[in-house]
Ligand binder design. Structure first.
Ligand SMILES: NC(=O)c1ccc[n+]([C@@H]2O[C@H](COP(=O)([O-])OP(=O)(O)OC[C@H]3O[C@@H](n4cnc5c(N)ncnc54)[C@H](O)[C@@H]3O)[C@@H](O)[C@H]2O)c1
Length: 256
């Protein structure tokens, strides 16, 4: 633990109402950050912000769809009005529509690409003027190990691989402005939603865990710990990197 390494920093976390985004919010609030959570789920995001305030954090919960430029712009402005600054953006909102290649529907392509890729573009462009003016920024894009290939993930893997290209490009474009851009690619993470549909002792869950070199599921807090480091000045010489947090799955071939 490094209490206070994000002291006074203001962070926007998209998709912060639940799951990995919520865990990131709790972690960075404990590190001293003030957070603004953007989520399409208005009631839940308000509740999550309330939970953060209940532990002594400073948090705003804002209903916004990352696909809507105007709404995102308004949410960023409210964050600036409320906290007076903005330093960190975690592009975490993301969706998946599992389907075999032959079964991918055009509307699923639109929804997943617009949320995972265009949403990230919209949110990043909305914070850029402030970050550039301050000559300071940390942008963390939440991708996935599936970017390297996974069955039933044609569209999802394309978007998460696309985010790597965007991350590397933005790292170069924004380095002169002292803005770091990195990508975090989680492997299977046992969020509440996952646990609800995959009981720990089910054969499916056991098979999944057995395929992970470290023989356990990731926890949302594993991802939050890495994001907190990348959001801090302890990682100030790291930019344009894709870091997988997946219990060794990306090197699983070594286990054959
Ligand atoms: N859980 C995993 O195993 C796992 C693995 C790899 C990558 N990821 C990635 O991590 C991120 C978080 O995943 P999670 O498991 O916590 O999922 P989740 O569904 O629990 O949380 C995602 C959040 O994003 C919000 N959201 C979705 N569309 C949005 C939109 N258009 N605008 C604003 N908010 C929106 C949802 O309401 C939700 O609160 C995603 O980008 C996901 O692709 C998750």
């Amino acid at each position: 633990m490094n209490p206070g390494r994000l002291q006074g920093r203001v962070a926007i976390i998209t998709g912060g109402a639940r799951g990995i985004g919520k865990a990131i919010a709790f972690k960075i609030v404990q590190e001293g950050a003030l957070v603004s959570l953007l989520d399409i789920l208005g009631d839940l995001v308000a509740q999550t912000a309330e939970e953060l305030r209940a532990i002594g954090g400073k948090a705003l919960g804002l209903k916004a769809d990352v696909r809507q430029k105007e709404k995102v712009g308004q949410a960023v402005q409210r964050t600036l009005d409320h906290f007076g600054r903005m330093d960190i953006l975690v592009n975490n909102a993301g969706i998946v529509q599992p389907a075999l290649l032959e079964d991918v529907k055009e509307e699923d392509w639109e929804a997943v690409v617009n949320t995972n890729l265009k949403g990230t573009l919209i949110c990043t462009r909305a914070v850029l003027p402030t970050m550039k003016k301050n000559r300071y920024g940390k942008i963390i894009n939440i991708g996935s190990r599936s970017s390297l290939g996974k069955e039933l993930r044609t569209v999802y893997s394309a978007t998460k691989a696309g985010l790597i290209g965007m991350t590397r490009t933005w790292a170069l474009e924004l380095a002169p402005h002292n803005i770091n851009v990195n990508y975090v690619g989680p492997g299977p993470i046992a969020t509440e939603l996952f646990k609800a549909s995959n009981p720990e002792d089910s054969p499916k869950t056991r098979a999944l865990v057995n395929g992970i070199p470290l023989k356990r599921m990731g926890e949302p807090e594993d991802v939050a710990n890495l994001v907190s480091f990348l959001a801090s000045d302890e990682s100030s010489f790291i930019t344009g990197q894709a870091i997988f947090i997946c219990g060794g799955l990306t090197v699983g071939i070594a286990h054959y």
